[in-house]
Design a protein around this ligand. Structure first.
Ligand SMILES: [Zn+2]
Length: 330
């Protein structure tokens, strides 16, 4: 599991450029699924099992893309200015390193830092060591991601892109563990979540599920200075009651709570004031799909040092597997 997450987080895959992550996942799971396809947007859509008496068609979705940057222009001195791909906060950009698809690395910095204010995104440029526009290895339209080494801290893992390669890992492990089920489970590894839940939208249309479950990280407010204090690291996987994109369907959440209780898995009920996951797109597909999410709390989301608890991840895999193996009653 550790080797796989390390490979997943180290694979380049900003929104719209997920093909390397998709190749890695497909290679890992292709012998464990009954069918797979890649849709027009690049979602990897896989099926495990067939519908049996009393079963449901379920879509489980984890997004492959990560937040990143894209070059808007390169100036005469060879500095590459950038815009954001997804929820990149200017505060978290300062003095970080970024890497482009061809391996070119650079320092992300901002001009106009007067009065100690946080510069807006359009002030940020990447210094790749070039001395002129002609000399610069990157050009307009090139995407980049943050650099953030994987660190095994024992009970915790820290790296860039835990959001949402940890969801991909949970999907992969549950898919491999899932044996006998009345349900037809479609494991989807989606694209372009960070720019507006775009991949899950077309994938859900294609799959036409009766139930949708997103796998993602969620915010964690157990660190100094945060006031809400309802979501902690290491207190078990979360079941989504609400975020900015979804109200977790109550009867479906009850089925998830039941699965957790059956298996003796501690869980947290997740209420977020904002944000969203693939479940927000799935639920609005066709004439509506009852949906929820299983999430793992993550400290420092959307920084190059996202931190998760290994036990939460293991329990999330178990929760998903137990849920998918059972009959899901309304
Ligand atoms: Zn995410």
């Amino acid at each position: 599991m550790k080797n796989l997450i390390e490979k997943l987080v180290n694979t380049f895959g900003p929104s719209g450029y997920e093909s390397r992550v998709r190749d890695l996942i497909l290679e890992t799971i292709k012998d464990d699924v009954d069918e797979y396809r890649i849709d027009a947007l690049g979602n990897l859509i896989t099926r495990k099992g067939t519908l049996k008496e009393g079963g449901k068609r379920i879509m489980v979705s984890a997004h492959m893309d990560e937040i990143g940057l894209m070059v808007t222009h390169v100036d005469e001195q060879g500095f590459a200015y950038v815009t954001n791909l997804g929820g990149v906060r200017p505060l978290n950009c300062m003095s970080n390193r970024v890497v482009f698809a061809d391996g070119t690395e650079g320092m992300l910095c901002a001009r106009d830092m007067e009065n100690g204010k946080i510069p807006s995104m359009d002030k940020y440029y990447v210094d790749t060591g070039a001395s002129s526009r002609e000399d610069c290895k990157v050009k307009i339209g090139d995407p980049a991601v943050f650099v953030g080494r994987f660190v095994d801290m024992g009970d915790k893992w820290m790296s860039k892109t835990m959001d949402d390669r940890i969801g991909c890992l949970i999907g992969i492990e549950a898919l491999k563990a899932l044996k006998d089920s009345p349900n037809e489970v479609w494991f989807v590894f989606s694209v372009q979540e960070e720019v507006g839940l775009r991949g899950a939208k077309t994938a859900a249309y294609g799959v036409d599920p009766e139930i949708g479950i997103a796998l993602d990280v969620t915010l964690c407010n157990d660190t100094p200075g945060l006031v809400e204090r309802n979501l902690k690291l290491g207190a078990g996987p979360c079941i989504k009651a609400k975020d900015g994109s979804l109200i977790g369907t109550p009867w479906l959440n009850n089925a998830l709570y039941d699965a957790a209780e059956r298996a003796g898995i501690p869980y947290q009920i997740e209420v977020l004031r904002g944000a969203g996951t693939d479940a927000g797109a799935i639920t609005l597909t066709r004439s509506g799909v009852p949906s929820s999410a299983i999430s793992v709390t993550c400290r420092y989301v959307h920084t190059p040092s996202e931190m998760v608890d290994v036990n939460d991840v293991k329990q999330a895999i178990k929760l998903l597997t137990v849920f998918l193996e059972g009959k899901i009653e309304k």
